[in-house]
Design a protein around this ligand. Structure first.
Ligand code: FES
Length: 649
């Protein structure tokens, strides 16, 4: 990669007639454009997602790209620091194409999953799961050696297979898919009557979905996927032994069409845009499938089963269903539970006859991410105690109950704890500050994921920062800076006065890492929405927080969610700390359990059927609860006795 700043007018005229090929990663999409085209225009021509709020004026800094190969010419006046430019970063709107280029769109690159779940994770938590941890998937591969036909035994190829399966595995009812039948004769003869048969279970019968060379027997994989409004996470599981082979995640490429569920539903109003949203979510999943299969050196065709969890809107968009009625009274989704569908129905790039199971939803705002997540907790199986489960993502969803009953609700918390809408925020990926503490000397200690220079703060880092600012009296209970205390740390930012977390020279992007009052207000609104949902649900049930036996927390905060700090800012009730259990991405873990054992697929359907959805927004006390929680930690300090005593000290 080299920058070319020398101009020559004759050469420029000649150059302008040229066409250059630009390849965009991670999509691996190439297009040809005339010389001099801006990268932003090329991205739009390729119909790829890019944020560009300022419309290409070079002021918002959102259209960040990284040039991997080829020479390029950034126009002067770019917002980026020299340090960042020297690493190949540039602004798409400020960069002209005058060479064949390979360009990465960092916003859609893979993210490192924090707290990745592996087989050991499941082994250690066996006792805590309500789902079972064993291998009994809906697909299996069986090696058979068939008798060679002769004039005495000249029954059909398919009968030959059925008899062999009955003899070897006791399987009585077998059907064959049409694509397999079309190539059956040649496949058997090519492999000299020794083949590996992939079967998919439908009720009491089995369907042959593939016949391969016997060497392929071990290659039978499944994918578990969590489709979130902001991020999508995927795991590849070896279905021959239950081992989790690889985990990966990225931003949901639908982000360019709106940050939250409501804006996506609004965006999907026209058929073209609905198709675009379906295309983008499938593209996101397929990009993750491709990157994982390449790393594992397996073929996507060897993936025969998929299990997907996500909120109700994401599942509608995945299936290309109009989501508008989800947000229109009386809030009726097109479906909550559906039978298994096939990969080819939705365009997943795995074996076309691979079956896809979607975790069932309870209603418009309580989706399959929650029912799947509950599989990772003991809540739906507990005979005696009442426990709570909360998943904090772009929305907040809460379920309280036990084996007898489950009540669920949702609140529109906003994606602040996923790093969206906060200037210094980012998901829990490499470069994110995940832990923050203030020293007595006033200096700030922090821990960065991946031990790199910090790029921003993920949810757990933002909670720590807010708690430390509050406990050290740098902000008041409204979230406003106590200027007399913190003056030495306040600097000008694009959003007004901000608290300096780290100086530009020590930051990855080469600019000060700060948090402004506007961002603090956003975080307080988010925590208030979550706390008021918890508080109102407890009142609705007629219990208080001391009657909750255990509180399970899910979400993409980062590996180290500090419960103490979450209570200090008033996000969670002031309960004994040992009652809280942080699960990480429980939707993905639940999807993984559903993939591994058919019993979990049935259990998650039971959970959905047992749960009752409570519409909090129409509860009379909701606004009062919310307004009371718009303070640190709350207007009623009596609700947070341990925080009160710390502040007193
Ligand atoms: Fe805003 Fe490029 S589009 S900086």
């Amino acid at each position: 990669m080299k920058q070319n700043n020398n101009g020559d007018s004759a050469a420029n005229i000649q150059n302008s007639l040229k066409q250059y090929t630009v390849t965009f990663l991670p999509f691996d999409i190439s297009i040809d454009v005339p010389a001099g085209t801006s990268v932003l225009d090329a991205i739009k021509k390729a119909q790829l997602p890019i944020k560009a709020t300022c419309g290409g004026k070079g002021t918002c800094g959102e259209c960040l790209i990284r040039i991997i190969s080829g020479s390029y010419r950034p126009r002067p006046g770019t917002k980026l620091s020299q340090q960042v430019i020297s690493r190949g970063y540039s602004l798409a709107c400020n960069t002209q194409i005058n060479d064949h280029l390979t360009i990465e769109l960092p916003q859609f690159q893979e993210l490192t999953i924090q707290g990745t779940h592996n087989s050991v994770f499941f082994e250690n938590r066996k006792h805590q799961l309500s789902g079972i941890y064993k291998l009994n998937p809906l697909v299996k591969s069986i090696d058979v050696q068939l008798p060679v036909p002769n004039l005495e035994e000249n029954y059909s190829d398919l009968t030959r297979i059925k008899r062999a399966l009955r003899k070897m595995s006791g399987i009585e009812t077998v059907r064959c898919s049409y694509p397999v039948l079309q190539t059956l004769a040649s496949t058997l003869r090519k492999n000299r009557w020794q083949v590996s048969i992939v079967l998919s279970k439908f009720g009491d019968s089995w369907l042959i979905i593939d016949i391969r060379s016997p060497k392929a027997q071990d290659r039978i994989y499944g994918i578990a996927c969590d489709i979130g409004t902001t991020t999508v996470a995927l795991q590849v599981i070896d279905l021959s032994n239950g081992k989790i082979c690889y985990s990966v995640s990225s931003y949901n490429q639908q982000l360019k069409c709106g940050e939250d569920i409501i804006s996506r539903i609004n965006y999907a109003r026209t058929p073209d845009r609905l198709t675009e949203l379906q295309h983008l979510v499938v593209l996101t999943v397929n990009t993750l499938i491709r990157s994982t299969t390449e790393k594992l050196e397996i073929s996507p065709q060897d993936i025969y089963l998929a299990s997907i969890a996500g909120n109700t809107t994401m599942m509608h968009l995945l299936l290309h269903l109009d989501p508008r009625y989800i947000r229109e009274e009386p809030y009726t989704p097109t479906f909550n539970q559906i039978d298994l569908i096939s990969a080819r129905d939705i365009g997943l790039n795995i074996h076309p006859d691979a079956r896809v199971h979607l975790a069932p939803a309870v209603g418009s705002y309580l989706g399959g991410d929650i029912t799947a997540g509950l599989l990772c907790t003991p809540v739906p199986g507990d005979d005696h105690q009442i426990s709570a489960f909360i998943d904090i993502g772009t929305n907040g969803e809460l379920v309280i109950g036990n084996r007898e009953w489950l009540l669920g609700c949702a609140c529109s918390a906003g994606p602040a704890f996923e790093g969206q809408g906060i200037q210094c925020g980012m998901p829990a990926a490499e470069g994110a500050i995940e832990q923050v503490s203030f020293e007595k000397s006033g200096s700030i200690r922090y821990k960065v994921i991946g031990n790199t220079k910090p790029k921003g703060l993920c949810g757990s880092g933002l909670i720590d920062l807010l708690a430390e600012l509050f406990i050290h009296d740098y902000i008041d209970r409204y979230g406003k800076f106590n200027e007399c205390k913190v003056n030495h740390k306040l600097v000008e930012t694009d959003s007004g006065i901000g608290f300096l977390i780290e100086e530009a020279e020590n930051c990855y992007w080469g600019k000060n890492l700060t948090i402004a009052e506007k961002d603090i207000a956003n975080l307080i609104r988010t925590k208030a929405a979550i706390y008021s949902a918890i508080s109102l649900m407890l009142k609705y049930i007629g219990i208080n927080s001391s009657q909750i036996n255990a509180f399970y927390i899910a979400g993409g905060f980062g590996k180290h969610l500090n419960i103490e700090n979450a209570i200090r800012i008033g996000l969670f009730p002031d309960m004994p700390r040992e009652n809280f259990h942080y699960l990480g991405n429980s939707s993905l873990v639940g999807a993984c359990l559903m993939l591994m054992a058919d019993e979990n697929r049935k259990l998650v359907n039971d959970i959905a059927e047992k749960m009752t959805y409570i519409e909090l927004n129409s509860e009379p006390g909701y606004m009062n609860e919310y307004t009371g929680a718009l303070f640190l930690p709350h207007t009623e300090m009596g609700l947070f006795p341990t925080v009160k005593s710390i502040i007193k000290r």
